[in-house]
Design a protein around this ligand. Structure first.
Ligand SMILES: [Fe+2]
Length: 517
């Protein structure tokens, strides 16, 4: 009997929930055990290394007592298990929710590799990955998929099918990889709100049960940062903003909750050992140099931000007051601001990217209460934004582009230089959500009615779910918004909206429908 995609997902969910929170439970429905129920993945690539990941919970009758599982890993230079370049043994341990990270080093630049795991006498699916071009060497092109905001309950992850089909060099995920609360009712959720380590772990297991996401994780290398929903809506250094999204909990529950969420993120994300160990102190900030073409500076806009100011309501809005302009408040924190200023000043690349969760340009909304903005965004940290732009403009960094997500809408525009300088210095390219809700036609109409208020915007469309396919060349960046019906589990991607072209030396986009593919 043919198995529909929905049956597959339901079966996978039942199987995963049997190991919710890593406490292995008996599942009488389970037929053939799969030693890798959450699949395999690669990530954190450099020009000569990559991190392999899997989750290998115990199998068989003794599994409740088993604290660790022996796992073997293999890397090959072809897809037929032929030339094995490296292999090793490791252990999936209960303390790490049976997750395994393997730092594979000594690889060649710009090269495709294949990998797999073995546990309990079984081989995993075959994975593919790729290293980055060597820093400083000539590079004529690089393609990546920009993704964000995948609420499991709000829809399906069909966008990843198209990402796999286009076979980019990298997937860049700018956060909201999981949602701590269900924002929709399209698919069932095991928790009403994640608070404990077991809760967060069970969400990662659930998300990784999605076949489209599993395949994209297995076949492409990822670099990812977090936004707020990996922990709790609108969190910062030592606080989060109470809102209608979350149940009211005493403030003292936040530090252990944040620690649990960050631990689960580290367990389930292919990050190098060094990066996992410094998550609590340096966050997800990182830097990659792609040949002589593109520098990607990954920012942590969450872990070091000060409390939001001038908060208006429980929907994460604010109306500007004096505190927004206080030079003492920061979005990135002092250390990260200094780091960014230093590394961007050293760049020799054609394009200089900021990879971050949030949008830089002001997004004004006019309502019955007057003009308001989102607390999540740089708007709430206006003085810190001025400082950042001033630092970047002062170093005359060429071709600055900010790649972001968070707002569940496609957005493109520019951001001007500091002070009275109204010339654009940064181009902003923002992807929509993989599945999280976008606010519909009402939000679209209202935004475009107020377009004059948001003069830095050149493109806004919140009506579609999908991702942004980004093609970087020395002369231009072409970004294609690729959309998908996230409410249909079997929907084939995809319709492409007009693509955006950023020409080198000329901030901002031109919009074109030519050659949509
Ligand atoms: Fe989101």
């Amino acid at each position: 009997m043919p198995v529909s995609r929905r049956d597959f997902v339901t079966g996978a969910l039942a199987s995963l929930l049997a190991t919710t929170g890593c406490a292995v439970r008996k599942d009488p429905r389970r037929a053939a055990p799969n030693p890798f129920p959450a699949g395999i993945a690669s990530g954190d690539p450099t020009h000569n290394s990559v991190v392999l990941w899997t989750h290998a919970p115990p199998q068989g009758r003794e599994r409740q007592q088993q604290r660790s599982v022996a796992v073997r890993w293999f890397v090959a230079s072809d897809d037929e298990f032929g030339t094995i370049l490296g292999s090793g043994s490791t252990e999936a341990h209960a303390d790490r929710c049976y997750c395994v990270h393997v730092d594979v080093e000594g690889l060649s630049p710009s090269k495709r590799y294949w990998y797999w795991f073995e546990a309990a006498g079984q081989r995993s699916m075959l994975g593919r990955t790729k290293t980055l071009p060597e820093p400083g060497r000539p590079c004529s092109g690089f393609r990546f998929a920009l993704a964000s905001c995948q609420d499991y309950t709000a829809g399906y992850f069909g966008a990843y099918r198209d990402i796999v089909a286009r076979n980019p060099d990298l997937v860049v995920h700018v956060g909201d990889y999981i949602y701590e609360t269900p924002g929709g009712s399209v698919r069932p959720y095991p928790v009403d709100e994640a608070v404990t380590l077991d809760d967060y772990r069970s969400l990662y297991l659930l998300y990784r049960s999605d076949p489209d996401l599993q395949r994209a994780r297995a076949e492409l290398p990822w670099l990812q940062i977090w936004d707020d929903h990996e922990v709790v809506n609108d969190w910062g250094r030592d606080h989060y903003l109470p809102s209608h999204y979350n149940k009211p909990l005493p403030p003292e529950t936040f530090p252990p909750r944040k620690a649990a969420a960050l631990r689960a993120f580290a367990e389930f994300t292919p990050l190098s050992r060094e990066k996992r160990e410094r998550l609590a102190t340096r966050g997800v900030r990182d830097r990659r140099i792609v040949g002589d073409l593109l520098e990607l500076n990954f920012l942590d806009v969450r872990q070091f931000r000060d409390e939001p100011a001038c908060v208006l309501d429980e929907n994460n809005h604010f109306q500007p007051c004096e505190d927004v302009h206080s030079p003492h408040r920061s979005m990135l924190g002092h250390d990260q601001e200094q780091w960014l200023k230093r590394v961007v000043g050293q760049s020799h690349c054609r394009w200089n990217g900021l990879v971050q969760a949030t949008v830089m340009a002001p997004v004004r909304m006019t309502s019955a209460e007057g003009v308001k903005f989102e607390t999540d965004a740089w708007d709430n940290y206006a003085a810190a934004r001025d400082r950042l732009v001033s630092d970047l403009a002062g170093q005359q960094v060429p071709n600055l582009v900010s790649f972001a997500g968070n707002i569940h809408a496609y957005y493109a525009g520019t951001y001007p230089g500091p002070g009275d300088d109204r010339n654009a210095v940064i181009t902003e390219l923002v992807t929509t959500s993989i599945s999280a809700g976008g606010g519909g036609q009402g939000r679209y109409d209202s935004f475009h009615r107020q377009h004059a208020d948001n003069g830095m915007c050149q493109f806004f469309d919140n009506r579609y779910r999908g991702y942004l396919h980004v093609d970087v060349t020395p002369g231009f960046i072409r970004a294609t918004p690729v959309t998908v019906d996230a409410l249909n589990p079997d929907a084939l991607p995809v319709a492409a909206l007009p693509h955006w072209t950023v020409s080198a030396g000329q901030p901002g986009i031109s919009v074109s429908s030519d050659g949509i593919s």
